[in-house]
Design a protein around this ligand. Structure first.
Ligand code: SAH
Ligand code: SF4
Length: 437
């Protein structure tokens, strides 16, 4: 979502004549878009800001001003503390205020005052940030929902992104048309809790994610649709059915479970059991047998015992994931879990994370190995590091490297998979570029 937000900020600022540069020494304005989900990400902000301040000082010696803005969830959570800890920062702006970015930047330039803007003005952001969409890749992000009302006890999202809000169907259809007109072939529907989507539809009636997906699939040029991130509790029958009958909906599901222990799931306030998750996966697989499954895991949540950690490994074995993200529990200020007794020692977290990741890595390798020799449709997104090499994705979201004489970026081609590693596949492009997945 930060990538999407950064793109939107760049689009909004381009109206004021700003252009992106990859050379920070050339930048009159630096926006650091930040993440607050774990402590490591949040702390990195201050070391990055130190480096940006050095650039600002060096430019100042050459007589050039630099505006530094901090955006994203660290901005939302820490507000004025950021300008206190790093006085070189001119503007702190939370995710719900991005529509005010051009105006606030202009104000810091003219008044030289430090501005902290972390209000939650609700839904006006998307309306007011309406600028023609550009696409840098055939796979385009589309934010359909923001915020979260679930309040898992470890998570800062409900505090930094605010209450759940879904964008109206008609607005999303319009943005999707703009994206396809600009060259997108795949839409990745984004939300902190995307399958809780309940936007306003025709006649003011509420539309769920499955109906949104069906509507977007009807738009000419939408060849692939994905969505993330989902919550198991919001995976309804209609969405499961969409995996069976919407050809554009890719056979991939990122459905975080966090833990395989019912005790931990309850303490996390996830509102489901391990057995319910496994049953849900069975229903999804019945609808789409080849679906690739992905998840997030947290190890070392307060009070987690060896048995709880074993229960997580057992769930992983029972499900079989194509890929996954796993993290050590990181106490976040203001969340209920951060003040629980029984915090798990760091070395125990590390050991549990290693065991979990070894199992997940093995499953990812197995999943990829099963593709060896297959011919898969790949949407090529960018050039690779080697000359003549292109990088794309299979329907199952695996990265694929393949060589070609022409330019494959933005094209769909069948690729015969000839080599398999844990994190990517390599293959040979079959003759004839194909039109659809
Ligand atoms: N809405 C999604 C997750 C969004 S946050 C869901 O409900 O699953 C992305 C991931 O970061 C989470 O799934 C979780 O695994 C991880 N995460 C969130 N807070 C964390 C914390 N305090 N410590 C460690 N990992 C955390
Ligand atoms: Fe955080 Fe996801 Fe839980 Fe919401 S559902 S509180 S975003 S982990």
């Amino acid at each position: 979502m930060n990538v999407y937000d950064s793109e939107r900020m760049a689009e909004a600022l381009s109206r004021d004549g700003y252009r992106e540069t990859t050379d920070i020494a050339q930048a009159d304005l630096v926006i650091l878009n930040t993440c607050h989900i774990r402590e490591k990400a949040a702390e990195k902000v201050y070391s990055d800001l130190g480096r940006i301040r050095d650039v600002k000082d060096a430019r100042k010696r050459d007589g050039k001003e630099t505006v530094i803005a901090v955006a994203g969830c660290v901005a939302q959570a820490e507000g004025r503390e950021i300008t206190t800890r790093q006085p070189a920062v001119n503007l702190v702006i939370g995710p719900q205020s991005y529509h005010r970015l051009p105006e606030l930047i202009a104000r810091t330039e003219t008044t030289k005052e430090r501005i902290v803007e972390t209000e939650f003005p609700g839904d006006e952001k998307f309306e007011r940030m309406k600028t023609p969409r550009r696409v840098s890749s055939p796979s385009a992000f589309l934010t359909v929902q923001e915020g979260c009302d679930k309040f898992c006890t470890f998570c800062v999202v409900p505090y930094t992104r605010g209450a759940e809000f879904s964008r109206p169907l008609a607005k999303l259809e319009a943005e999707a048309r703009e994206l396809t007109a600009a060259g997108a072939r795949e839409l990745v529907l984004l939300g902190q809790n995307v399958n809780a989507y309940h936007g306003e539809g025709p006649g003011g009636r509420s539309v769920g994610l499955a109906e949104l997906i069906r509507s977007l699939a009807n738009i000419d040029g939408v060849e692939r649709i994905r969505y993330m991130t989902s919550h198991p509790r919001d995976m309804d029958d209609d969405l499961i059915a969409a995996h069976a009958d919407v050809p554009q909906l890719m056979p991939f599901l990122h459905l975080p479970v966090q833990s395989g222990s019912d005790r931990m799931l309850a303490a996390m306030n996830r509102k489901h059991t391990a057995a319910e998750y496994i049953d849900l996966i069975a229903r999804v697989r019945a609808a789409r047998p080849d679906i690739a499954l992905s998840s997030d895991f947290i190890v070392g949540f307060p009070g987690e015992t060896d048995q709880d950690a074993e229960d997580t490994l057992a769930l992983v074995r029972a499900v079989g994931f194509a890929q996954a993200f796993s993290f050590k529990y990181s106490p976040r200020p203001g969340t209920p879990a951060s003040s629980l007794e029984d915090q798990v020692p760091e070395d125990v977290k590390s050991e549990r994370l290693q065991r979990l990741q070894a199992l997940l890595d093995e499953q990812q390798s197995d999943f990829n190995s099963r593709c060896l020799g297959d011919v898969v449709p790949v949407l090529f997104e960018r050039r690779g590091r080697q000359p003549g090499e292109f990088v794309g994705r299979t329907p199952y979201l695996q990265l694929v490297h393949a060589a070609a004489d022409g330019d494959l970026v933005g094209r769909m081609a069948n690729v015969a998979v000839t080599d398999v590693r844990r994190l990517s596949l390599s293959g040979v492009v079959q003759s004839g570029v194909i039109a659809a997945a």
